[in-house]
Design a binder for this molecule. Sequence first.
Ligand code: PLP
Length: 373
Amino acid sequence: MIYLDYQATTPVAPEVADAMRPWVEDRFANPHSPSRWGREADAAIGVARKQVEKTLGLKGGSLAFTGSATEAINWALKGTVEKAAGSDRRRVITVATEHAAVLDTCDWLADHGAEVVVLPVERDGRVDLELLDRALDNRTLLVAVMMVNNEIGVLQPIPEIAKMAKAAGALMFCDAVQAFGRMEIPRGPDLVAISAHKIHGPKGIGALWMRKGAEPAPLIHGGGQEMGLRSGTLSPALCVGFGAAAKLAEERCNRDYDHVRKLWGAASQALGLGWTVNGSAVHRYCGNLNIRREGVDAARLIADLRDIAFSLGSACASGSGRPSHVLKALGLDYREARCSIRLGFGRYTTQKELVEACKRLAAAAYEQETLDA
Ligand code: PLP
C-alpha cells in the first residue's frame, strides 16, 4: 500500500507510540485524582501541554485539550457567540472553502440568531481582502479563516486578516489543523484550533489555544477540568502522545518541509503533462497536490488503483459522493471537480514510492482516456 492521504490523517510516529505505551498499558490513574498516581498523570499532561504550546509558539494565552479539532472549532465559534449574547456584535464572517466543522457550525449559528457572512474566494482559493474589508463592521464579532486548506493546500494571509479583524474590534479564529507543526503559526489570531493526528500523533485529541480574555464560554459542562472551560477526564495517553508528536514536529519542522518540497517536484515530474493544480501553486503547503485532468473519472481512478491510498478531497466529502464545496468555490464546474484528485504526502513518504504511484496514476488516467475515446 502506498499511503498518499496525509491530509486525512498521518501515520503515528514510532516515538509517539513509545511515549504513549506506558499510559495505555499500566499507568491508568485518573489525572484529576489526588493520589500519587493521579498526580503523576497530571504532571505528564502538564509537560505535554507545555510542549504543544511551545511548538505552537503563541504568547499571551492558554491551551485547553479537546477531543478533536472539530470540538475545538465548535467551542471557539459557539462559545464566542454565546459569550457575546446581548451585545450588538452578532456577525460571524467566514470563507466558502473552510472545513465542514466551521461551515456547519456557522449554519447552526445562523439558525440560532447569528448573522453569518460566507465570503467567496478568488480562483486561486485565496480570500479577497477587499471583500473582507467591506464585510467587516462594528457589528462583527468573529472572523473565522483557516490557515492551510485541507483539500487544496492553499495558504490564507492570516496576519493581514487578523490585523483587519482587530481594527474592526472583532476576534479572529484560525483553524490551523493543516499548518500546525509544519510551518510557523503567525501571531494575530485570538483563537487557534489544532489536532494531534495531523502531526503523527493519536486520533481523538485536539486543542484550542485562547488569547487571554478571548476564552469562549464553555460548551461542555461537568467536572470543571481545563480551567473550568472544558469538562471531562483527560486521557494521559492521548495528551502525552500529542506532546511527543508536537516535540518531534518542532525538531523536524525544517527537515520535513524540505522533504515535502522535494516530493512535490518529483510528483509533478512523474505525473507528466496534462494535469492542472487546483488552487494557488505559490501560496501553498507543498505536501498537498490537488490536481485535475480533463476527461478523467477520479472515482474510477481510486477504484482502479486500490493499493494507492489517495482521495477526491476531504475524507468527509469523499464518502458523501457530493462534489467538493472547496473545488466549487474555486469556480470549478461539476465536470472539472469530478476529474480532480488529492495526493497528500509527508515525513514518511519516500520519493521512490511517490514517483511509482504518480506514474501508475498517469498511466491509469491515460488508459481511461484511450478506452473512452
Ligand atoms: N480542520 C481541518 C482543516 C482539517 O483538515 C480537519 C481534519 O480533517 C479538521 C478541522 C477536523 O479535525 P479532527 O479530525 O481533529 O476533528
